[in-house]
Design a protein around this ligand. Structure first.
Ligand code: CAA
Length: 380
């Protein structure tokens, strides 16, 4: 059975997120972009109304929403500002490995606190020499009695400087490549943990991206997720679940650019008529609208599959690649429709174009998504 109507509860959620994006996020978005300011007050407010705890099961104090509801929220937040949305929803990625592979006790200890009170957690996979090649991690974790000694440097970590807890992927056996990776929960308070350089990014500048350093950090064995060697699969399964959210955010960014372009095309008069009267503009707007709808359908389908407990690796990558590439196209075309004004910081679309670029890069580049899709078609 196929239905495209949302339930009244889903509509109410969408409405809450939309109002938050319009009334709280948009008013500060351009100032945060200009100054690279991390708007912690917005994150705290969003926590208070439940926007940060949707993915946490009710048994742990969260709202227990499905992936589909998560995508509905993410589209609205992305429509508000994708930089703010990236930081606001990063706990879902960081705590995902614990929800996927943690014991009941680990979930109580390391996830429930993020439902009980405001806090940030970061997903620490990427390293200077291991971006797309996630299996090439150099951070090590050496067993020493009832703990591990963790050493290494993670980079491009969302909320890295503000997080109180990190989910870290490290090698417990370098000779085994990706099969030697293991996942750990590392509280920020442990001696040897520190946040490093904050990046000065092209877009999504409200979101903090920084290094996180681990210098001989003694991590209890009780903080290990799964067994030694499970880390790579835990990371991949987490990314499968997280990528539809990025796709939804991309749909939100594209929708924002599209709305600005439609409004401007109707208002801007050249050659004695609104530029919206030109067929060249018709075609651009029609392509934008059509592609946004296609991206939304791919996104919601991948989320729905995840909610059914089905294998959705290929569909998550379809959604992530299609929606982020589409956001780049739509924001670029919106700048084109605005012409010279579109290139100026006084108008909203150049920010959307800069923000969109990151959607094609983080949580697996558009090229990596195509590699995953091809592997799913040819090998698995
Ligand atoms: N679920 C479960 N297992 C999976 C899996 C999945 N989705 N994908 C792969 N695996 C398993 C495979 O079955 C295989 O298992 P065996 O060893 O038992 O055979 C193993 O993992 C290795 O798989 P591959 O051979 O496919 O691995 P690979 O080395 O060729 O690389 C890759 C796969 C898809 C390219 C992967 O490295 C990848 O996703 N890279 C991108 C990393 C990424 O997205 N980084 C983003 C960081 S997070 C971020 O950006 C957020 C932020 O805060 C900024």
């Amino acid at each position: 059975m196929i239905g495209f109507d949302l339930t009244p509860e889903q509509v109410a959620l969408q409405d809450t997120a939309h109002k938050f994006a319009a009334n709280e996020i948009r008013p500060v978005a351009s100032e945060c972009d200009r100054d690279g300011r991390f708007p912690e007050e917005i994150f705290r407010k969003s926590f208070e109304i439940g926007l940060m705890t949707g993915f946490i099961p009710e048994s742990l104090g969260g709202l227990g929403l499905g992936a589909l509801e998560g995508c509905l929220l993410e589209e609205e937040l992305g429509w508000g500002c994708s930089g703010i949305a990236s930081s606001l929803t990063a706990n879902g990625l960081a705590l995902g490995p614990i929800l996927i592979s943690g014991t009941a006790e680990q979930k109580e200890l390391f996830v429930a606190p993020f439902a009980a009170g405001y806090g940030l957690s970061s997903f620490c996979l990427t390293e200077p020499g291991a971006g797309s090649d996630a299996g090439g991690i150099k951070t090590t974790a050496q067993r020493d009695g009832d703990s591990y000694i963790l050493s290494g440097r993670k980079c491009f970590i969302t909320n890295g400087g503000h997080a109180s807890q990190y989910t870290v992927f490290a090698s417990t056996d370098r000779s085994k490549g990706h099969k030697g990776l293991t996942a750990f929960v590392v509280p920020r308070a442990l001696p040897g943990v520190s946040a490093g350089k904050k990046e000065d990014k092209m877009g999504q500048r409200a979101s903090e991206t920084s290094d996180v350093l681990f210098e001989d950090v003694r991590v209890p064995v009780a903080n290990r997720l799964g067994e030694e060697g499970d880390g790579f699969k835990i990371a991949m399964m987490t990314l499968d679940r997280a990528r539809p959210s990025i796709a939804a955010m991309a749909v939100g960014v594209a929708r924002a650019a599209f709305e600005h372009a439609v409004k401007y095309a109707k208002e801007r008069v050249q050659f004695g008529m609104p530029i919206a009267m030109n067929q060249s503009i018709h075609f651009m707007l029609a392509d934008m609208a059509m592609d946004i709808e296609a991206a939304r359908l791919l996104t919601l389908k991948s989320a729905w599959l995840l909610d059914q407990g089905r294998h959705a690796t290929k569909e998550s990558s379809f959604a992530k690649a299609f929606a982020s590439d589409l956001a780049m196209r739509v924001t670029t075309d919106a700048v084109q429709i605005f012409g010279g004004y579109g290139y100026m910081k006084d108008y909203p679309v150049e920010k959307l174009m800069r923000d969109a670029k990151l959607l094609q890069i983080y949580e697996g580049t558009s090229q990596i998504q195509r590699m995953i899709i091809a592997k799913e078609i040819l090998i698995r």
